[in-house]
Design a binder for this molecule. Sequence first.
Ligand code: SF4
Length: 694
Amino acid sequence: VKELGMPESATVTTCGYCGVGCTFRAEMKGEQLIRMVPWKDGKANRGHSCVKGRFAWGYANHKERILNPMVRASIDEPWREVSWEEALAHAASELKRIQATYGRLSIGGITSSRCTNEETFLVQKLVRAGFSNNNVDTCARVCHSPTGYGLKTTFGTSAGTQDFDSVDQADVVMVIGANPTDGHPVFASRLKQRLRQGAKLIVADPRRIDLVRAPHIEAAYHLPLRPGTNVAVLTAMAHVIVTEGLADEAFIRDRCDWNEYREWAEFVGDPRHSPEALAPVTLVEPDALRGAARLYATGGNAAIYYGLGVTEHSQGSSTVMAIANLAMATGNIGKPGVGVNPLRGQNNVQGSCDMGSFPHELSGYRHISDASLRRMFEDDWGVPLDPEPGLRINNMLDAAVDGVFKALYIQGEDILQSDPNTKHVAAGLAAMECVIVHDLFLNETANYAHIFLPGSTFLEKNGTFTNAERRIQPVRRVMTPLNGFEDWEVTQELANALGLGWSYTHPSQIMDEIARLTPTFAGVSFAKLDELGSVQWPCNDAMPEGTPVMHINGFVRGKGRFVVTDYIPTDEKTGPRFPLLLTTGRILSQYNVGAQTRRTANTVWHPEDLLEIHPHDAEERGLREGDWARLASRAGETTLRVTVTDRVAPGVVYTTFHHPATQANVVTTEYSDWATSCPEYKVTAVQVSPSNGP
Ligand code: SF4
């Protein structure tokens, strides 16, 4: 403040990084943002923040931002700056040419979990109404799509059950496949506060994450499972609960389908699912697992929090349903202090899924094959809709390699860096005739693009984000977009170049349309958000001020559904060539593929990705702290420095994925979740060997 002077104005807005959804007062001097002050009235953060939201906003003014549209005839040619009119007319003409040549289904679009609800809604509308197909997907495909599938199947809605405040009433907290300290720091502080007040902690994670032993916190149980065995661990916990008579049968009879419960209980109760029988698979000490199960079932209010260590597996959807089974079996659902709580990675993962970004669903998770639902949208939009579900991201890339998918509009996602099996993604992009990248920077995907449309940051736009607790919060324009347009305006101009005739003048009108067409958002408006600060969906006539805790009087689907989730080992196996298992995660100061945080001072805290390796495995390979190592799988290889630590077990290595120099996804494979195609990022068989460096 001393250097930049005192602020002249301030605007309250929502963080553009993670799914916690902290709110800040953005303090300005003229057109310059001088600091972000955590907002004391923020319902998700109550005046707290982390190093990303508070300090890592300088990328908005970074010199590498692209501010003018660019085109090129082929990816071998240099970019040529053009006017917005020329870029959008060219994009529309290419999309029309390609559809005329290769058919209606040869093009598609990808929405971004970093963009607002209103922007996301418009991209899926562009695809459905303008491209006349359902080839729309979201970057949530590669993170929380199994959450959508698993929670909808068991509870009836694709969202976490609780608000963050709920943790204050938890007596037992189980954290599985998540590292809140690094991934969701402000919620982690809240959780630690509750643990210091005496709540008991169970951590199920292959790695000894910070929470296991933090100042004044000691997990009652750490279950260091073998990567890829979540379902086996949860099945063994369920075995203990059922066979020791710890299930809450009164709750189950009242709230769930009793016959399905009996079938599930018989399955998990089988002796082959005991902790002892499954120990050779999970590598978890049976007594610890039994203790954890008893604590979860009998320790009072028990809440489960999970992250991508649950979803990014070939059994991601099964794991989500196994978690839901445990919660229902013990009555830990439908009241404060309990529940099933996915910790969302990006700021608007929940929102991008809510807005109809999946190829089979319209907003509010309603299937596209429903004729009366389609008719409602058709009447509103004035165009017929395709009843057939479209292609997922991975299917679009496969179809491109096969020569039948030719054009893609990508808003705010670097699929080359963030999707698995980089070589295959590159092959798919290279096979397309028109790749339109709408983003802040010339990212790795833009190497394969023919049209580049400059994007705007969260500081330059109005709209809403929905955080991990279903909280819809205002995003308010703090500074004028450097490129001249908010992202929704660019999508609107592209739609109009295709002849759609849209005429929104403010994102509030888009939210009014969302509310008109989506029952769970029926009571949401910008005016209400200004009045209340935020609301948690469902927000409608029944719950005009929103719904902090779901499923209180009954599940959204009626009776809660138990689903038998048999453990099926991943096809990704270790062997003599690739004897170690790689798993991946985040670090506090960086965010995803680093496109934003690497362009801020936060990089001083984490200038490169490191490979964690156990001392035993390091010694066997002649590797010491700081040495370069080659990390290879059957998909590809990369080079990175090692750090030797017993935080990981022997046989397991771990790295983060924030730096393009490392490109961790070069080594991840094509395996994915059976239900949703979410990539199996968390289990890759690898070899590690000494290297002289990149
Ligand atoms: Fe932003 Fe998440 Fe940090 Fe909050 S915890 S400041 S939402 S990155």
